[in-house]
Design a protein around this ligand. Structure first.
Ligand SMILES: Cc1ncc(COP(=O)(O)O)c(C=O)c1O
Length: 358
């Protein structure tokens, strides 16, 4: 039997927050900041990943989901028993479905009908009313986002949360992610990088870190192929080059959203990360660190590695680990799928043992 004191001493290194949270929503945020030992050693920098996959809904989007719903509550746009409507094919829908159950709202999700059955099933299991609609371009009035907006407008006591252009999304990261990173590094962070979907995470975190450090912290936008942000930053707003596509989900953008717009001037540089570097990093992190990440997170870590090389040894670089690989594993660990994307060759021989699926 361990004595009371020894028992506490043994347990205490696992205790990060001693108090129970106020339900599901109280458990959002305050995620660990994980030192990526192998890459830190290799670069001479501290490379740190914010473990957003440890949010209770499993992704960074839990933060935005909570803030857009609470913003609607504050503005009186939604009252008890109301309906939250969003157009989303991914993590925002999952975050919203959880937050709506926790707060007693109905949740309606419009998504393109090209999405996997797994995603539709998960949202349904979380109690959302899922409405797959034909996948058409944004300028078509039947695009899933426009349908979500119209449906919310047709109901009483309903809100379209509009994650792309509702800046309550960015605010989540000004009020939570940024301050957490600042506190967790004792203000010693030198660089921040991540990719943009809505841009809320990148813009809000950048804004906070720039203000907290009087502009000292450098911010690099990370971008997958097919997204315009890299060319926009590199050309100082003169060009938006499309073209190409990526295996990453949840990131990549064809325009400057309202969430990104207010902070566009703060961006110091941009990094384009090819899918081959992303998939290599995804397998490396699994092998060397035991961390199982989705492709957007692997891209972010690859960008942090590039940023470390650009800033030089001795710097502290932070990035986002947005979600785990669980939602994508049937692709990311399938030999056939990797071959179909011409990515098998990007995974070195010694890492191919992780390709567990045919
Ligand atoms: C897996 C994943 N990574 C990154 C992002 C991008 O975050 P943001 O929308 O804040 O730019 C998303 C957004 O949905 C996502 O689902």
């Amino acid at each position: 039997m361990l004595g009371q004191r020894r028992l506490y001493a043994t347990a205490s290194r696992f205790i990060t927050s001693a108090r129970p949270t106020n339900g599901f929503v109280g458990a959002i945020g305050n995620t660990p900041l994980i030192r990526i030992n192998s890459l830190s050693k290799e670069t001479g920098c501290e490379i740190l990943g914010k473990a957003e996959f440890m949010n209770p809904g499993g992704s960074v989007k839990d933060r935005a989901a909570l803030f857009v719903v609470e913003d609607a509550e504050r503005k009186g746009l939604i009252k008890a028993g109301g309906t939250v409507v969003e157009g989303t094919a991914g993590n925002t829908g999952i975050g919203l479905a959880h937050v709506c159950r926790a707060k007693g709202y109905k949740c309606v999700i419009y998504m393109p009908n090209t999405q996997s059955q797994e995603k539709i099933d998960l949202l349904k299991m979380l109690g959302a009313d899922v409405r797959p609609v034909p996948a058409v371009a944004y300028d078509n009035p039947n695009n899933y986002n426009h349908q979500a907006k119209r449906f919310a407008e047709s109901l009483d006591n309903a809100v379209w949360t509009n994650q792309f252009d509702n800046t309550a999304n960015r605010q989540a990261h000004i009020e939570t992610t940024g301050p957490e990173i600042w506190a967790q590094t004792d203000g010693k962070v030198d660089g921040f990088t991540c990719a943009t979907g809505t841009g809320g995470t990148f813009a809000g975190t950048t804004r906070f870190l720039k203000e907290a450090s009087d502009g000292r912290v450098k911010s690099f936008a990370a971008d997958p192929p097919g997204s315009v942000i890299y060319s926009y930053v590199k050309s100082k707003g003169k060009e938006m080059v499309r073209g190409g596509s990526s295996i990453t989900e949840g990131i990549g953008q064809g325009r400057i959203t309202a969430n990104l717009q207010p902070d566009i001037e703060l961006i110091d540089d941009a990094l384009k990360i090819p899918d081959s570097a992303t998939i290599h990093m995804l397998y490396r992190l699994l092998d060397e660190e035991g961390i199982y990440l989705g492709a957007s997170s692997a891209l972010n870590v690859a960008a942090a590695y590039e940023m470390a090389k650009a800033l030089g040894p001795g710097k502290t670089i932070v990035t986002m680990m947005c979600d785990g690989a669980y939602r994508y594993q049937s692709r990311l660990f399938s030999r056939k799928w990797l071959e179909s994307k011409d990515l098998l060759g990007a995974i070195p021989e010694h890492l191919q043992k992780y390709i567990a699926l045919a």
